[in-house]
Write a protein that binds this ligand. Sequence first.
Ligand code: ADP
Ligand code: ZN
Length: 345
Amino acid sequence: MREIELKNDRGLSRIFLGGSIEELPRLVDVEKTVVITDTNVDRLYGEKISDFRRIVIEPGEINKSLDTVKGIYEELMDFEADRSTKIVGIGGGVVCDIAGFVASTYLRGLFFAFVPTTLLAQVDAAVGGKNGVNFFGYKNLIGTINQPDFVLCDFNLLKTLTPGELKNGFAEAIKHGLIGDYDLLSFMEKERTSIISLKEYGIERIVHDSLKLKTSIVAEDEREGGKRRILNFGHTIGHALEKTLQISHGEAVSLGMAFEAYLSEIKGYIEREDVERIYGILKGYGLPVHFDGKADTIIDAIRKDKKREGDYIYAILLHRLGEASIERIKLNEIEGLINDMCKFE
Ligand code: ADP
Ligand code: ZN
């Protein structure tokens, strides 16, 4: 089992890679711990954690709400949780977000940890410290920034994920390669077959390198004043597309990255062959690179997105594969380019 450490305001978060969920009782006291999970994860893995008291929520982004949080507070009261109670979120991004938020607010903050069970949560959501819920249709409007005490990544849990769920994680790992780790990117290019078939050395490497990169960026800029923004590569436009085209997060981020790569070429920062290479990698993981919709609808969605600032958006541009920076771009500058990215069948 490998370990990465992340320094933060409160001390240190430890990230264990390649451990097993069954080792959890060695990391936290069973008597003092409450597990928060969802019905799917509980059905699949509940048996492995049957010694723990459990709060089981409904799965899905729709349930990442204050109503769910309220239900959990009530159950914690029933359990007579006190300052010494530890919370462990076991699940995907939704469970980790909710568990982190509940633990950060109940009794002004309890010890908490995560066992992320999706690839997306392992490469991304479980570290960084953002915990929140959606409110009135706005994503993560209510939340806290607080790092978990530890994160335990058990790669065996990924075997029950759908191909679509895995793609969400691959998109985010490719993002990490593109913005800050060329070696990770080449590894994902070369070892695609092993990674897609969840060979341990492949998954271990992409989770490790992703978290290493993310933790180092977060350590420099926990509250997103500057550098942390490069983690939004593919997401500015991605979020708008996710809503409009009803596609998955991974597909939306892939399209967003394909677009920002193209924009980087237009700006003269990278070459056409770099862009083609990026498209090849994304497509290799079954991720899309062309928008499947009308340019006007997409431009409209970007205009409506809350990440917009007046007539500008913040784009993340590549200067080479493995290096990115943030730049303010005028919306009408990109409208024509969006046309180029649209595919009509
Ligand atoms: P993410 O944001 O990480 O994709 P979600 O919490 O939305 O996470 O999880 C996506 C879906 O996958 C949910 O329906 C969840 O119950 C389910 N899920 C989570 N972990 C696993 C797993 N290891 N195997 C199968 N399904 C899982
Ligand atoms: Zn994302």
